[in-house]
Design a protein around this ligand. Structure first.
Ligand code: AMP
Ligand code: GLY
Length: 456
């Protein structure tokens, strides 16, 4: 019987645990996590509450529990070197080494790698420690740039022209802040061309050589309806039954797969073979998909969308990634549309989350709605859970069509009883999706006119 250690306590890890529990090999599960996630604990035979970046404690736990395989959900333990320490201790690990996870943890290195290897999907960028040089670059791009700290900021450290600043002075105010405060843990800042288009996530399983791609997903990073408000870890996401998205063509999806494969090949060529799930955040532009960032893990919420549809043996895929050889495995997914919406404490994303708010879940109503509740940063109490400072739980639904999945998700959300929580109900609605389609149509026709010499 295979015994698996899962590191991490969010909804993404709850989805990983559920996918493992469906594996025909019926693996035993133990977990190392920083919060008592009731969804994960219900699937585990043992667990340890621990800081996931405490490498020594997690390795000791893996030894004591005598596990056969380790999965790591979040990025912080990767940066802390957990996968390397576990491998050194003899454990197979289905997560990238610290060196290959640099593709996420060091945005300057990611852009340099793409440039050095002339990879498809790259964008114009500069990295700066000198504010004057940054100003020149920003001026040369009419302030149409994105300003990014080099290191991890929990997905909340990027500021973009039009959304966050309108001119070079505005961009420079943030450049100065990043440099002076060392935001993202570095004395450098990345500035890149601002891309126009629609964002999507493409994730894949990889053994460092082949990639097995998953359905495309669209996440919603902004806190408020209609994509207003500050960036968050992600408020919800949807996917379509054919693996594409309403604004994404098969050709564009294939181009993104090629880019992800090229990144995996480049990492291997540079001595950092990447073993684990890899996540490409893309912008589909009028000029095809471009890389916004690469993450060294599953997305959260996106993991809930796609792992819930996985029909292939997840345990076998993880063993293949850990061994550096997926063999002839394939990754097959049920052809269904999915919608996931997060329930977050009021004030989340605005610096004042309502902590300790009780949330009651009517299990019978959840079952009736055919939804799944994935737990995130909540503490379990006797017959309910309470919010902490981060996203609380997510409701997942699937259906033949997006509108069916969305209706079911909304029905499932009615089974969640709480005051002082916030949900983006617009995710997965026809209106919002139609706007995405119109947006891409507009960008594509504008480019067509320009290339015909008719446009501005
Ligand atoms: P990141 O943490 O790099 O994913 O960036 C957070 C968000 O900032 C992304 O989801 C995009 O919405 C936006 N963003 C990042 N880079 C760019 C870019 N080059 N052009 C336009 N928007 C961007
Ligand atoms: N959903 C965004 C992320 O996981 O980074």
């Amino acid at each position: 019987m295979t015994k698996v250690l899962l590191v991490g306590g969010g909804a993404r890890e709850h989805a990983m645990a559920m996918a493992l529990a469906r594996s025909p090999g019926e693996p035993k599960l133990v977990a190392a996590l920083s919060n008592a996630n009731p969804g994960i604990l219900a699937l585990c035979e043992d667990h340890m509450i621990v800081k996931e970046t405490d490498v020594e404690a997690v390795v000791t736990y893996a030894r004591d529990a005598n596990v056969d395989l380790v999965l790591i959900g979040p990025e912080a333990p990767l940066e802390a070197g957990l996968s390397d320490a576990l491998r050194d201790a003899g454990f197979p690990v289905a997560a990238p080494s610290k060196g290959s996870a640099r593709i996420e943890t060091d945005k300057a290195w990611m852009r340099e790698l793409m440039a050095r290897r002339a990879l498809p999907g790259r964008v114009a960028y500069g990295t700066f420690s000198d504010p004057d040089e940054a100003r020149q670059w920003i001026n040369a791009h009419d302030a149409r740039v994105a300003v990014k700290p080099v290191g991890l900021t929990g997905g909340k450290g990027v500021k973009v022209f039009r959304d966050h600043f309108q001119d070079t002075a505005g961009a420079m105010a943030y450049v100065d802040e990043v440099l002076s405060k060392g935001i993202g843990g570095s004395a450098r800042v990345v500035v890149e061309e601002r891309l126009e288009g629609e964002e999507f996530t493409l994730m894949a399983f990889t053994d460092g050589k082949r990639i097995l791609e998953m359905p495309a997903v669209q996440d919603h990073k902004r806190l408020l309806p209609d994509d207003e408000g500050p960036n968050t870890g992600g408020m919800g996401a949807y996917s379509q039954s054919d693996g594409l998205l309403p604004f994404l063509t098969a050709g564009e999806y294939d181009a993104a797969v090629e880019i992800l494969q090229a990144i995996v090949d480049a990492l291997a060529a540079e001595g950092h073979p990447y073993q684990g799930p890899i996540y490409g955040q893309f912008m589909v532009t009028a000029d095809g998909p471009k890389v916004i960032e690469v993450n060294a893990r599953f997305g959260d919420p996106e993991a809930m969308n796609v792992l819930s549809l996985l029909v292939s043996d997840y345990l076998a895929l993880c063993q293949g990634m850990a061994a550096g050889d997926l063999g002839t495995a394939s990754a097959d997914f049920e052809e269904a549309a999915t919608v996931v919406k997060y329930v977050v404490p009021e004030g989340y994303g605005q610096g004042a989350p309502a902590v300790g708010v009780p949330i009651r879940i009517d299990d019978a109503a959840v079952r009736e709605s055919r939804c799944t509740v994935f737990y995130a940063a909540v503490d379990a109490k006797e017959d309910h859970v309470v919010t902490t400072t981060s996203r609380a739980l997510a409701v997942f639904a699937k259906g033949d069509t997006l509108s069916e999945a969305n209706e079911r998700c909304e029905a499932g959300l009615k089974a969640i009883q709480a005051d002082r929580v916030h949900v983006r109900h617009d995710i997965g609605t026809k209106e919002l999706i139609q706007r995405r389609i119109e947006h891409m149509r507009h960008l594509r026709s504008r480019t067509l006119e320009t290339t015909k010499g008719l446009g501005p």
